[in-house]
Design a protein around this ligand. Structure first.
Ligand code: SF4
Length: 246
């Protein structure tokens, strides 16, 4: 993804995913296996061989990175090594559904990597319907772990929020987001829903996204709308799947 003369690559950490988020195609065939550290590195080197240099890495493709913790840790050590690719820790973002124990573990590694949490719902009750991991990890526990992460790494947390019109953009959601985050050093990244055949909601319209963002901003929350790319080839957030294996 080219933006402001910078190249960002979104890479995968697993083949398939076992987290079961209802709106995501990557989990529909379950988890095939985790990628090794060398396979994750290869995603970057392959692209760099054909294309220009990568400036940023987001681990937001297929898989839950913190469910493949040891390989992600190895990958970070290798890709940031001064004798190798020498990438800055700050150029890496890890996205997670909120595996609380692993967020603490990542914080304790002491790297100033960016952390993005796929929150998507402001209430545990709603989150549990669409994200099975929410049955184990409650929002308040996740936010507490993220506060610890910020304290340790000094990196501002991003909360990802896939806007599903009429489901998670109601007034009650806005009030709840305010009570969770008011006064905290966080950023809310709003993502339009990208439709998949198994999740019967349509793509979120741009006016709905803008209205939600404005309402959050009025509450003093720092929220922006993510540019969405790749939906024409079913490769946007939540659309990637292991078709090749199938
Ligand atoms: S959104 Fe992420 S964690 Fe959830 S099923 Fe898809 S790949 Fe897995």
């Amino acid at each position: 993804m080219e933006y402001n003369n910078r190249n960002t690559i979104c890479i995968s950490s697993q083949v398939g995913c076992k987290m079961g988020c209802k709106f995501c195609a990557s989990t529909k065939n379950g988890l095939e296996r985790s990628l090794s550290a060398s396979e994750i590195i290869e995603e970057i080197y392959l692209l760099e061989r054909e294309n220009s240099n990568i400036n940023n890495i987001v681990i937001m493709g297929i898989g839950e990175p913190l469910d493949n913790f040891s390989n992600i840790e190895k990958f970070i050590k290798i890709i940031t090594d001064s004798k190798g690719r020498n990438l800055s820790h700050r150029a890496i973002t890890i996205s997670t559904v909120g595996l609380v124990d692993k967020i603490y573990e990542l914080a304790d590694l002491g790297y100033d990597i960016n952390l993005a949490v796929s929150l998507h719902y402001a209430f545990d009750e709603k989150r549990m319907i669409y994200m099975p991991s929410a049955k184990k990890y409650k929002i308040k526990e996740i936010v507490k772990a993220c506060d610890y992460y910020l304290d340790k790494t000094k990196r501002r947390i991003s909360y990802e929020y896939v806007v599903i019109d009429g489901v998670n953009n109601l007034e009650e959601d806005i009030d709840q987001l305010e009570s969770l985050f008011k006064g905290k050093n966080i950023h809310i990244n709003l993502i339009p829903l990208n439709p998949i055949e198994e999740f019967k909601h349509s793509k979120t319209k741009s006016n709905v996204m803008e209205e939600f963002q404005k309402k959050l901003s009025k509450k003093g929350l720092n929220a922006t709308i993510r540019r969405s790319m790749g939906s024409d080839i079913d490769a946007s957030c939540g659309q990637l799947r292991n078709n090749y294996v199938r």
